[in-house]
Design a binder for this molecule. Structure first.
Ligand SMILES: C[S@@+](CC[C@H](N)C(=O)[O-])C[C@H]1O[C@@H](n2cnc3c(N)ncnc32)[C@H](O)[C@@H]1O
Length: 143
């Protein structure tokens, strides 16, 4: 999809600014450290959650973010946080990832941005090994 100058250069910075508010940081602090094992973060954006991962609990982290303009800042934050990140420019509705291949899915402040959130949730459930997710700042225990 073609993007204009505003969408390419200004919007990612505005989203990053908005996602850094104190109430959002507090919600991240409560949810993100619960992620463990093989972790998938859907709509990782500019990587605002990265400082909150517990590196000792996370074996690997894959971040899905369709907006490629955000990737530079996301990579910078993963280096600063000391978390190895595999960043992919994909949409959450169709994840080319194997069934039951992740221990935790993290998805914060993102479902409202996804055009088909039901398809995205189906995909998150499919790739989860043990039905454990931290989504939209609510922790979902195993069903
Ligand atoms: C409000 S931002 C939140 C970013 C990040 N999750 C956070 O907590 O700071 C919403 C994010 O959803 C991403 N997004 C939009 N459509 C998406 C889709 N179909 N699949 C995955 N992510 C998507 C946007 O590019 C943006 O990075």
């Amino acid at each position: 999809m073609a993007q204009n100058w505003y969408e390419r250069h200004v919007l990612p910075l505005l989203i990053d600014l908005a996602c850094g508010s104190a109430p959002m940081r507090e919600m991240r602090r409560q949810v993100v450290p619960t992620a463990s094992g093989k972790v998938l973060e859907v709509g990782i954006g500019t990587g605002r959650n990265l400082p909150y991962y517990d590196a000792a609990r996370v074996h690997s982290l894959v971040g899905v973010e369709p907006s490629l303009r955000m990737h530079r800042l996301t990579r910078k934050r993963s280096h600063q946080a000391g978390i190895a990140l595999q960043l992919v420019g994909l949409s959450a509705e169709q994840l080319p990832l194997a069934d039951a291949s992740f221990d935790t899915v993290v998805c914060t402040f993102t479902l409202c941005s996804i055009p088909d959130p039901v398809a995205a949730l189906r995909e998150m459930r499919r790739v989860l090994a043990r039905r454990r997710a931290a989504a939209d700042c609510r922790a979902w225990p195993r069903a």
